[in-house]
Design a protein around this ligand. Structure first.
Ligand SMILES: Nc1ncnc2c1ncn2[C@@H]1O[C@H](COP(=O)(O)OP(=O)(O)O)[C@@H](O)[C@H]1O
Ligand SMILES: [Mg+2]
Length: 257
């Protein structure tokens, strides 16, 4: 018998995850969200969470515990589970995966994606590329002979910089980053997160990462262990503002609100 990676809905998905766009709301509300595997086995037990503008939540936990599935659920790409995700009607959200999508268009189009490149002027795209540490690519950005297949030759870290340029250009209200610094060193990671915080101070940022040096850029922290998501907010940190990591068991500084 052959199997496919995506399986049909099971009884566990009779009440799939509902995503609602809510008028006049400025944030994001997760209400009683549970996440299952496609075969119906639980991944994360029900949890609730409110994210306000300017909140920056870091999510950590062992590989395979369901971190990316939360982001997929928030984008309607993971129906297996139950609960509701409410998002302010006017808010723009952008999800950035570990491996960026490089569409078959020139670099300006790649950075502008999913917008059309004509929606952004050259200067804005050049600024975003420079802030992301890719100023050397600006002269090539309108070269239509250099499309996504050409830019595949960039290193993993440079491709992740393209993702950051996209976030810095599109300025979403909700930015979800899934292991987006995995191929970058700590200095580059610091430069890019600082650029995001400077450019998007009021954005809701959800970062999935096991790199706890990133904790200091977040005011909230959620860890997933044994099917449970537990929230550790800045208010509940130790007096020096440290959070303990469920993966490496060390303590790390977090920036308070
Ligand atoms: N399309 C899919 N079909 C079936 N199982 C999947 C699919 N995508 C992910 N999974 C499984 O769901 C679990 C959670 O995956 P994921 O959310 O990607 O974990 P992580 O915490 O590492 O981001 C894993 O066991 C993974 O193998
Ligand atoms: Mg993942």
């Amino acid at each position: 018998m052959t199997t496919t990676s995506l399986q049909p809905f099971t009884s566990a998905t009779q009440n799939p995850i509902t995503i609602r766009r809510i008028p006049a709301m400025q944030g994001m509300v997760i209400n009683d969200l549970s996440i299952y595997r496609p075969d119906g086995t639980p991944l994360i037990e029900p949890f609730s969470l409110i994210l306000q503008p300017g909140d920056r939540l870091m999510v950590s936990g062992p590989s395979g515990c369901g971190k990316s599935s939360i982001l997929r659920a928030a984008h309607g790409l993971w129906p297996w589970g139950s609960g509701t995700i409410g998002i302010g009607e006017s808010l723009r959200k952008l999800i950035i995966a570990q491996k960026p999508h490089l569409p078959l268009t020139n670099l300006k189009g790649i950075v502008s994606f999913p917008d059309f490149s004509h929606q952004h002027d050259d200067e804005a795209v050049a600024t975003a590329l420079k802030k992301a540490g890719l100023g050397n690519l600006v002269p090539d950005m309108n070269d239509s002979a250099k499309d996504g297949s050409y830019w595949e030759r960039l290193s993993g870290g440079e491709k992740q910089r393209i993702s950051f340029a996209r976030a810095l250009l599109l300025k979403p209200d909700i930015l979800m980053l899934d292991e987006v610094t995995a191929s970058l060193d700590i200095k580059a990671q610091d430069e890019l997160y600082s650029a995001v915080l400077d450019t998007l101070p009021q954005a809701i940022i959800v970062s999935i990462s096991h790199r706890m040096e990133l904790a200091k850029y977040h005011n909230r922290h959620a860890s997933i262990q044994n099917l449970k998501l537990s929230l550790q907010d800045a208010a509940s940190l130790d007096p020096d503002g440290h959070v303990s990591c469920p993966v490496c068991h060390a303590t790390h500084p977090m920036r308070p609100l």
